[in-house]
Design a protein around this ligand. Sequence first.
Ligand SMILES: Nc1nc2c(ncn2[C@@H]2O[C@H](COP(=O)(O)OP(=O)(O)OP(=O)(O)O)[C@@H](O)[C@H]2O)c(=O)[nH]1
Ligand SMILES: [Mg+2]
Length: 305
Amino acid sequence: MGKNSFFEKLKTGLAKTRDVLTMDLNDLFSKKVIDKELFDKLEELLISADMGPQFTYDLIDDVKKRVSRHDLQNAGQIKNILQERMIAILQKIEKPLIVPKGRPFIIMTIGVNGSGKTTTIGKLASSLKSSGHEVLLVAADTFRAAAIEQLEVWGSRAGAPVIKQKMNADPAAVVFDAVAKIKAGYSGVVIVDTAGRLHTRTNLMEELKKIKRIINKELPGVAQEILLVLDATTGQNAVVQAKIFKEDIGATGIALTKLDGTSKGGVVVRIANELALPVRYIGVGEGLGDLRVFDSRDFTKALLD
Ligand SMILES: Nc1nc2c(ncn2[C@@H]2O[C@H](COP(=O)(O)OP(=O)(O)OP(=O)(O)O)[C@@H](O)[C@H]2O)c(=O)[nH]1
Ligand SMILES: [Mg+2]
């Protein structure tokens, strides 16, 4: 795909946020005067796109200072300031996942039910396969039968085999099978699908910790990513969840899904300010090709240009 059509697709994926945020912002910036009403409206728009209070107040403070220094003559210039500040913040969390070749790499996905783990795994497997990686999927969500089948469907779309056991099997045992493969010489990528919810008696966090423990005990020092999958449509709730998963399980990166389904795309800014976890990927649709490596500049431009 050419750079332009790639960018256009990202723009389409972010259309909901663009429609609400960017159209209103453009309206606002076409105003002649910079007054209190403009600041109030700007604040309202940024908060409603879920950019978070910190970013919003910092931006407005910056703009006010520039106005009083007479650095700013018209409202239109605020757009550039907004873009620059967004890029600067987002660059902090732009650290693409580097997946090595020729040695094992484990990606363990975690996140609440419905956040998009299994779908993201399918897209990621496909993208890794097309860049020449060997990929193996692990069905460690044994909570519902459909979960295993769903992973198998994605596996066949992506051309990646799936390691599985029966429904209700111990998730750690399925992971153990994948570990055995690595010990036997497999040197590709292993992506572990986990449940977002378990039978009431078992604690999800404890189960995830157990899986992590097995990986680290059996394969000390193995290169790995604990990829937290967050649903962007849940806005600031996603940030609250992320804090828990970061502290409890030690998430090392984020895949932010369903950006196409929300007008709260600004939540990426909030994640950058409040979590300091790299956003590795963004999901902008349900298809195989709808996962993107997060790029702060492309993202900002696709959202605001
Ligand atoms: N529009 C859109 N839908 C998505 C995206 N990612 C996932 N989905 C949809 O979100 C729903 C839930 O996705 P799953 O991948 O099953 O979520 P999960 O985290 O594996 O859920 P559990 O297995 O129940 O924990 C599905 O209908 C997906 O098609 C995305 O980037 N955009
Ligand atoms: Mg799933």
